[in-house]
Ligand binder design. Structure first.
Ligand code: 5GP
Length: 219
């Protein structure tokens, strides 16, 4: 069943912005930058994961960390908008949370992989905008993963291998950004958000009322 995004105050339909990239390409930084710009008013969808929590992460803020049994229960109960196995762990987006954000008339930001992006797009094709972030080089990707130093060497090797596979999915996305300069990439991201928020299907409701008043104007 296709879920409907509600019209925002002022008549705009809510936007579901999906950012994907291999780990280390800068997506987490871009997500943080977007959320920090309060006037943009994005609300992050917080995923469920069976992955172990990293020391820098907090439960309920970066993810809801749950075990496999709980994950399977929620998936089988139909509570997930999408779910996927990534790097040997399960990840999923709780449906209720997204519906709450959209019903508050706000836009939702997702940090999910290409499998999740495909599932959300199938369910809500009119409301989804997808962006893929590429690293400037594989060498730089490895360096970023090593600088993060939160994962073991084995995990880093596994993530690099997966990165090659994930990068191959770039053509599934609406936009592709090559992140060789975080500020420039962020500017491009802002340009995408601004333009997408102005697209006719998203503003049609508000514009209809405006045009009715415009044409009723006595000149
Ligand atoms: P990490 O374990 O490094 O936080 O994330 C690994 C990958 O899983 C990232 O590419 C991230 O975008 C993806 N991911 C995180 N949450 C979800 C989710 O709810 N669904 C899907 N499909 N992918 C997710």
């Amino acid at each position: 069943m296709e879920t409907e995004a509600t019209a925002l105050p002022g008549g705009r339909r809510g936007l579901m912005l999906i950012l994907s990239s291999p780990s280390g390409a800068g997506k987490t930084t871009l997500t943080r930058m977007l959320l920090q710009k309060q006037e943009l008013d994005f609300k992050l969808s917080i995923s469920l994961t069976t992955r172990k929590r990293r020391s820098s992460e907090a439960d309920g803020i970066h993810y809801h960390f749950i075990d496999q049994e709980e994950f399977a229960r929620r998936r089988d109960a139909g509570e997930l908008l999408e779910h996927a196995e990534v790097h040997g762990n399960f990840y999923g987006t709780p449906r209720g949370q997204v519906e709450t954000i959209l019903s508050q008339g706000r836009d939702v930001l997702f940090d999910i992989d290409y499998q999740g992006a495909r599932q959300v797009r199938e369910k809500m094709p009119r409301d989804v905008v997808t962006i893929f972030v590429l690293p400037p080089s594989m060498r730089e990707l490895r360096a970023r993963l090593e600088r993060r130093a939160e994962d073991s060497q084995d995990t880093i090797a596994h993530r690099l291998e997966n990165a090659r596979h994930e990068i191959g999915r770039w053509a599934d996305y609406d936009y592709v950004l090559i992140n060789d300069d975080i500020q420039k990439t962020f500017d491009d991201l802002l340009a995408i958000v601004r333009a997408e928020r102005l697209r006719r299907p998203r503003v049609a409701k508000g514009v209809e009322d405006f045009v009715a008043a415009l044409l009723a104007e006595d000149v």
